[in-house]
Design a protein around this ligand. Structure first.
Ligand code: 6PG
Length: 473
């Protein structure tokens, strides 16, 4: 066994893991990677030596653990769930007090809390660090959301700051907070991601079925929008998706892809947890629902025969240029609403779980590296800097000014979509959320009266304190 001691260890040399470790090595931290699959270990080893990086791959757990400087810093990039527990249990007998294990996967936050407690009893530090940016981000600079004991953060801070994406020279990583806060923030990041992706897909459908725009025009429109206020990673990749030709037909590849949206669970967890917290997430909930309804392909085919779409209005009545401008504004409106829902969820979770989150910092590290990076995050960061205790970004004058400029466009697009039978549930949900949130008196007084009528559930009054019940009949 070699005498060489490495700065950083990484378990799981799939695409993400291999790219992350190469990124670490490129930033002048020596690194060793472990994978039970010899091919993956060798592929990493080969790539590191091609670049002349101080990094190696191994299949030996013993070599891996013994080749690390102490206290050890070991990151796991393995699928969430039982694989994380297996790695922990495999390594644990060889670790020493003071070593740090970091879970970089999309683990469910309560699993992180459980693991941190279990390992703390054995003197091992544990962090859950959300990593966003996909395979390319891992190699060139992801956004990293580390949570756990603050002393552990200090151990890994230089490495994470070096490998993270940079915006204006500032790294897209910050200490998120105690315990599972890093995984929690990543979960909500993914909820926002689901909302934005669905919204973009709705706009694509509107362009296609509502305006009869071809894929080349869509590409040009998205590329143009990406140079404006909608500037974001998801706009950028969508514009690129439209240029890809299918190799088996002369169609654009996107048109040949089955319309069943798959999911690994983070969007659903966001919605489930928001319900537990009592936080409304209408756009994000709807995006999860859309993945679910999309999976019912056979039923949808049957239903379309029973209920053919008969538009009340057709694309012919729409002015293409004007509608495209409205679509851009409508999408911008719905982007703002999606981020606002996610960030307001984080404000609530911060109190509920005592995470002590700094939302200005979170908006800041989401500006680069991650899937939801967007120019808009600069505005959210400024909004939180101006009002650190902001419950919901929609209450910030900075955000309000932007919303007021585009809400009319969202309304027009929503109306047109309903008239044409084009499915835009996330756009409608964004408007519903906005309208409900900005309505000082909602009709829930009647719901209260009904509850009291049939179940003596009582109600409060607008003119005096106390709890009231009425014999309604
Ligand atoms: C990221 C992504 C990443 C992953 C999603 C996909 O931030 O890099 O969010 O974590 O691609 O988990 O999620 P679904 O499979 O649920 O769409």
């Amino acid at each position: 066994m070699s005498e060489k001691k490495y700065d950083f260890g990484l378990v799981g040399l799939g695409v993400m893991g291999r790219n992350f470790i190469l990124n670490v090595a490129e930033n002048k931290f020596s690194a060793i990677g472990l994978d039970m699959d010899a091919e993956k270990a060798k592929a990493m080893d080969d790539e590191a030596s091609q670049h002349g990086f101080d990094a190696k791959g191994t299949t030996s757990k013993e070599e891996f653990v013994q080749s690390l400087k102490t206290p050890r810093v070991i990151m796991m990039l393995v699928p969430a769930g039982s694989p994380v527990d297996s790695v922990i249990n495999d390594l644990l007998p060889m670790l020493e007090k003071g070593d740090l294990l970091i879970d970089g996967g999309n683990s469910f936050y309560t699993d992180t809390d459980r693991r941190e407690k279990y390992l703390a009893e054995k003197g091992i530090h544990f962090m859950g660090a959300g990593v966003s940016g996909g395979a390319k981000g891992a190699r060139l600079g992801p956004s990293i959301m580390p949570g756990g004991p603050e002393e552990s953060w200090q151990m890994v801070k230089p490495i994470f700051e070096a490998v993270a994406a940079k915006v204006n020279g500032e790294p897209c990583v910050t200490y998120i907070g105690p315990r599972s806060s890093g995984n929690y923030v990543k979960m909500v990041h993914n909820g926002i991601e689901y909302g934005l992706m669905q919204l973009i897909s709705e706009v694509y459908d509107f362009m296609k079925r509502g305006l009869g725009i071809n894929i080349q025009q869509m590409h040009e429109t998205f590329r143009k929008w990406n140079d404006g206020k909608l500037h974001s990673f998801l706009m950028e990749i969508t514009a690129k998706i439209f240029t890809k030709k299918d190799e088996y037909s002369d169609q654009p590849l996107v048109e040949m892809i089955l319309d069943k949206g798959k999911q690994k669970g983070t969007g659903k967890w966001t919605s489930q947890n928001a319900m537990d917290l009592g936080v409304p997430l209408m756009t994000i909930d709807m995006s999860v629902n859309m993945r679910e309804i999309s999976a019912l392909k056979d039923e949808r085919i049957q239903a379309e025969k029973l209920y053919p779409v008969k538009p009340w209005k057709t694309s012919l009545s729409l002015d293409k240029e004007k509608t495209l401008m409205l679509l851009e504004d409508a999408l911008y409106f719905a982007y703002i609403i999606s981020y606002s829902q996610g960030l307001s969820m984080l404000a609530n979770a911060s109190e509920e779980y005592k995470y002590n989150l700094n939302l200005a910092e979170i908006a800041k590290i989401w500006r680069g590296g991650c899937i939801i990076r967007a120019a808009l995050l600069e505005d959210f960061m400024q909004a939180y800097r101006q009002q650190p205790g902001l419950r919901n970004p929609l209450l910030s004058p900075i955000i309000a000014e932007k919303v007021m400029q585009v809400q009319g466009a969202a309304r027009q697009i929503a109306k047109d979509s309903l008239d044409m039978g084009i499915v835009m549930p996330c756009m409608l949900a964004s408007l519903a959320y906005f309208d409900a949130y900005r309505t000082a008196r909602l009709p829930l007084n009647l719901v209260q009266a009904q509850r009291d009528f049939f179940g003596s559930h009582t109600y409060e009054r607008i003119d005096r304190e106390g709890i009231f019940h009425t014999e309604w009949e």
